[in-house]
Design a protein around this ligand. Structure first.
Ligand code: SAM
Length: 223
């Protein structure tokens, strides 16, 4: 029976690939990747030679039925994204849903995802949390911020470095300057950084030092 493996890959530190991920990548017949160049670099590093075909956000719908045929023709296929867990703010959900509809078995390996270390190291409660992914840039952004403002559970956002200060400004505007946040930047990489404090303190910090790299914002729930 055909199977689709969802294989998480490192979010910065190559040591974070699991032994099982390496074995599955070695054993699989083919790999679907968000960006084939990124995945080929990882496979080269692991000394694995595989056919890598593109499966990314822009062609996800178009590729879907062709991908299902290919997965059915193989015993095992792997889906990876550029970094972290596929389908988490990355392509994957539609393929998983379509595989389930086609009786293709899904096996998702546990592994790197930026939201988890950011949440756990934030120091905010992790027993219940809400993952908001990327907020929309324009339409719908304010509505989402208003909902998060009332949320009692810890909220997690993905944000780009050039929008971080703006986003922290909006957290101040919608949730008050004393709402506690944690900005987790460049997780697992050389310049990994956690900044914890009130939204206005952290905004002032990054206004002084425009950030680079990849960012997760963790927001304490409404008290
Ligand atoms: N699939 C990935 C995952 O499992 O986390 C997320 C992919 S999404 C396209 C990329 C976003 O994830 C970045 O813009 C950033 O918000 C977050 N991210 C990924 N790697 C990160 C890292 N090393 N440190 C902080 N945030 C990271």
């Amino acid at each position: 029976m055909s199977k689709l493996y969802i294989v998480p890959t490192p979010i910065g530190n190559l040591e974070d690939i699991t032994l099982r991920a390496i074995r599955i990548l070695k054993e699989t017949e083919m790999v679907y990747a968000e960006d084939t160049r990124v995945t080929k670099r990882l496979l080269n590093h692991l000394e694995i030679k595989k056919t890598v075909a593109p499966f990314h956000a822009h062609n996800e719908h178009k590729t879907l039925s062709r991908a299902i045929d290919t997965i059915k023709a193989n015993n095992s296929t792997v889906l990876v994204s550029d970094a972290g867990t596929p389908a988490i703010s990355d392509p994957g959900f539609l393929l998983v849903r379509e595989c389930i509809a086609n009786d293709i078995e899904i096996e998702c390996l546990p592994g790197p995802a930026a939201l988890i270390p950011a949440l756990v190291a934030s120091g905010f409660p992790c027993d219940r949390f809400v993952f908001e992914g990327f907020l929309p840039h324009k339409k719908g952004r304010q509505t989402r911020l208003m909902v998060i403002a009332e949320e009692k559970r810890t909220s997690i956002l993905y944000e780009s470095p050039h929008r971080l200060v703006k986003c922290l400004g909006q957290i101040v505007e919608f949730m008050g300057e004393d709402r506690k946040v944690c900005v987790a930047r460049e997780l697992t990489k050389i310049y990994e950084e956690y900044k914890r404090g009130t939204a206005s303190e952290i905004k002032a910090y990054y206004e002084e030092r425009p950030p680079k790299g990849e960012i997760v914002i963790v927001i304490e729930g409404k008290q």
